[in-house]
Write a protein that binds this ligand. Structure first.
Ligand code: MN
Ligand code: MN
Length: 302
């Protein structure tokens, strides 16, 4: 791996860690979510990175993909998952943590379960690879599910970690949170590991549209506002996800019409919110790891 690429990955991770410490200090109950995400994203810029995707603040049964819209009035509460990413030239550090804003014992145990699962799975990966042994994706998933189940909760079976490449957050390999039949060895590369623990059924389904989008096609679109929004997306975000809040901030609320037209025209994909199927609470903890050719494992977001 050429060093400039590695340097960018390491720098993105350092910024993410610093922002995470900062975020832990500002998150209190009944704070507008928009205030929290704006502070997190400003801090990322201040430290010399860019958000790799919109910061998500998913509460309780919403497992992932909730980001406030520009006029959102929601206040922080419950079991809150804070998931954000930092990129340097498209090289991303993806990380997440959960906080309990209710002083609720079960929330705290759910958080511990996903933290333990992340810790144990990374420990397993390190022990194997740094001793020149291979590690199989299903061993990682088994370690995660075993750890969560030993905490008396369930892993969310249809959410996974993922390999990452430049400007590509999901570059093809999924890191399971359960035992699977996938007989694939973990190769050198950049990966996000992200266990989710729940007191519910252990599965998510699609909820409402999230206002988080990804560019699918640069094909032509007729209306001037849609064209303006499209060129902003291509220049600013490339193939990384972005949200309506960011676009409105740059060109005003008229951009909402442009986004709608681009989605209808097939230029954009809009992610749905992901909701636990029995509407139960979900915790998440996530780190990014870099594995080099010699099997050395660096937790970039530690
Ligand atoms: Mn994440
Ligand atoms: Mn991730």
């Amino acid at each position: 791996m050429e060093s400039s690429k590695k340097e960018k990955i390491i720098k993105a991770g350092k910024i993410a860690s610093e922002v995470r410490d900062y975020a832990r200090g500002i998150i209190k109950k009944d704070t507008p979510l928009i205030e929290i995400v704006e502070k997190i994203e400003s801090k990322i810029f201040e430290l010399g990175g860019k958000p790799a995707f919109p910061t998500t603040l998913s509460i309780d049964n919403v497992a992932a993909h909730y980001t406030p819209s520009y006029d959102d009035k929601t206040l922080s509460k419950g079991l809150l998952k804070i998931d954000f990413g930092v990129h340097i030239d498209g090289w991303t550090a993806d990380n997440a943590f959960s906080v309990d804003l209710e002083n609720n014992e079960e929330n705290k145990r759910l958080i511990k379960a996903s933290q333990d699962a992340l810790e144990n799975s990374i420990k397993l990966i390190k022990e194997k690879l740094e001793n020149n042994l291979s590690v199989n994706l299903t061993e990682i998933g088994t370690e995660i599910s075993k750890t969560i189940e030993s905490n008396n909760f369930f892993p969310v079976i249809n959410l996974t970690g993922h390999s990452m490449e430049q400007y590509n957050l999901h570059s093809g390999i999924s890191i399971p949170n359960i035992e699977t039949s996938i007989d694939l060895e973990l190769e050198p590369g950049l990966y996000a590991i992200e266990p989710f623990a729940t007191n519910g059924s252990g599965k998510v389904h699609d909820g409402k549209p999230s206002g988080i989008y990804e560019l699918k096609s640069e094909k032509n679109v007729r209306s001037p506002i849609a064209r303006e929004v499209l060129s902003l997306i291509i220049n600013e975000y490339n193939t990384l996800p972005f949200c309506s809040r960011w676009i409105v901030k740059k060109i005003g609320s008229k951009a909402i019409f442009g986004l709608k037209q681009l989605e209808e025209n097939g230029n954009l994909y809009q992610f749905p919110e992901l909701i636990e199927i029995s509407d139960s609470r979900v915790s998440q903890t996530e780190h990014t790891i870099l594995i080099d050719k010699n099997g050395k494992v660096i937790i970039t977001t530690e």
